[in-house]
Write a protein that binds this ligand. Structure first.
Ligand SMILES: Nc1ncnc2c1ncn2[C@@H]1O[C@H](COP(=O)(O)OP(=O)(O)OP(=O)(O)O)[C@@H](O)[C@H]1O
Ligand SMILES: [Mg+2]
Length: 227
């Protein structure tokens, strides 16, 4: 069977006035369904670039990307956003919630990208997810009326709405204290146990050690970890 994602000799170069920035250099990586992995490395080593590439948010300068055996090269923007909407959920360090709207509406935002689900079902599912992340009592709050840990749990519920098979998290515990960080880790771990593939970019060595596989980037190259 095809792996969930296979990238082969991927490079990403940003052409800047001061010269080219090689954010990724010839990275090859295979990610199997239901993996629980982390990506570590110094600031500027290319972690976010790699994560966004895996999530089809950016395209490589060269190299091949396949998701379930399907070449991403040649997909239209619409097809890429369809694959993203179906397969991939994102979680960010700074949560990326919309401050003016309430918890439930924030969770419902990702439904826009999977319009085929009927709205009553989607709403029911959003309520279940808010409950799952332990925030039923905060449903009428706006993000500014939540703690950081609560905001990240809303973001996780939002990422789960479309039932993606792959969750990509860019420093999901970076703005959280230890207790809230643990809670986010436990949520991601339980999602993995249900069969979801989880990839976490992190600076936290302890968090990385609690994933099944860790790869390290240095100057845009994978320097250890099995690829
Ligand atoms: N849109 C962009 N345009 C130009 N250069 C970029 C762009 N995005 C990233 N870079 C450069 O590419 C390199 C890798 O950046 P990236 O954000 O992937 O690093 P990172 O490992 O996630 O760092 P951090 O830990 O600080 O988040 C850096 O040198 C950065 O300056
Ligand atoms: Mg980053």
């Amino acid at each position: 069977m095809d792996p969930l994602i296979a990238i082969d000799n991927i490079s990403k170069v940003y052409a800047m006035r001061g010269g080219d920035v090689h954010a990724l250099r010839q990275v090859s990586l295979t990610i199997e369904e239901a993996e629980f992995m982390s990506i570590v490395g110094k600031s500027g080593s290319g972690k976010s670039t790699l994560l966004y590439l895996l999530g089809l948010l950016t395209s490589p300068t060269s190299g091949e990307y396949r998701i379930r055996g399907r070449q991403a090269h040649g997909l239209s923007d619409f097809e890429r956003s369809q694959v993203r909407g179906k397969e991939i959920g994102f979680i960010f360090q700074s949560f990326h919630l919309v401050p003016q709207i309430k918890v439930l509406e924030n969770v419902l935002l990702s439904a826009r990208y999977a319009p085929e689900t009927s709205s009553t079902d989607t709403r029911k599912r959003a309520l279940e997810l808010v409950d799952r992340v332990g925030l039923s009592h905060r449903i009428d709050h706006r993000p500014t009326e939540l703690s950081n840990g609560e905001m990240q749990r809303v973001a996780i519920a939002r990422a789960l709405l479309t039932d993606p098979s792959l969750i990509l998290a860019d420093e999901p515990t970076g703005n959280l204290d230890e207790e809230n960080g643990d809670e986010v880790y436990n949520l991601l771990k339980s999602l993995n146990e249900e069969g979801k593939t989880i990839i976490i970019v992190t600076h936290d060595a302890q968090l990385a050690a609690r994933t099944d596989r860790c790869i390290r980037l240095k100057d845009g190259e994978v320097v250890n970890g099995s690829t």
